[in-house]
Design a protein around this ligand. Structure first.
Ligand code: 2DT
Ligand code: MG
Length: 212
């Protein structure tokens, strides 16, 4: 554990299936927190700009095929390679609003049939978020939003499996949001819970104990 002399930023994660509105909401939240004078930064996983991230990008764009377990470990390595920078920012007082994290890692790989515990293991000990918002869509609403993208995984039957794995994975600390609602309504709820979280964790140590 890292003990603090000054207040730290909050580690806020948004999770959910494709087209659940995560990217819209992380942007709105970052803008709003900035307006309110908070020190804040948007982060996204996979972080495609690193060397590992560029391999993941090629895989997602169907330029390359990679073994299911190998790509799972690359997604995890992509998080680990960002940990020291994220930790530094949080300790510098910067709140990180993060679009996807290890929960996506497990949900997408386990949806392919990989063992859930095996999927969790490489991410054990990562920074634990201060709050996880789960953008929950009904399967009817999810269906309406499909028939779209051309990246790997953007396909109805697979997304249904991912939804099921997320539902299995979610724990009582997650804030499960009804993501079928209007953008602005959702944003207000996320904003208010985020502000409480920022306040609550400002003088708590960072936790590096995900799934421990
Ligand atoms: P975006 O559409 O949000 O760029 O995500 N994914 C993501 C995994 O399979 N494992 C992971 O660890 C992460 C973070 C979810 C790209 C796709 O990558 C999937 C969708
Ligand atoms: Mg996508």
């Amino acid at each position: 554990m890292t003990f603090l002399e000054k207040s730290r930023g909050a580690f806020i994660v948004l999770e959910g299936c494709d087209r659940s509105g995560k990217s819209t909401q992380v942007k709105l939240l970052v803008n709003r927190l900035e307006q309110l004078g908070h020190n804040v930064m948007l982060w996204k996983f996979p972080e495609r700009k690193t060397q590992i991230g560029s391999m993941i990008d090629e895989y997602l764009k169907n330029v390359k095929d990679v073994d299911d377990k190998a790509i799972h470990l690359l997604f995890s390595a992509n998080r680990w390679e960002c940990m020291s920078e994220m930790k530094k920012k949080l300790l510098d007082g910067i709140t990180l609003v993060v679009d996807r994290y290890a929960y996506s890692g497990v949900a997408y790989s386990a949806a392919k049939g990989l063992d859930l515990e095996w999927c969790k293991s490489p991410d054990i000990g990562l920074l634990t978020p201060d709050i996880v918002f789960f953008m929950n869509l009904t399967s009817e609403e999810a269906e309406k939003r499909f028939g779209f993208g051309n990246e790997r995984y953007e396909e109805k039957a697979f997304q249904e499996k991912v939804r099921n794995t997320f539902n299995f994975l979610k724990d009582p600390t997650w804030k499960v949001l009804n993501a079928c609602r209007a953008v602005e309504k959702l944003h207000k709820e996320i904003e208010s819970l985020s502000l409480k979280t920022i306040q609550k964790c400002s003088n708590l140590p960072l936790k590096e104990d995900l799934w421990k």
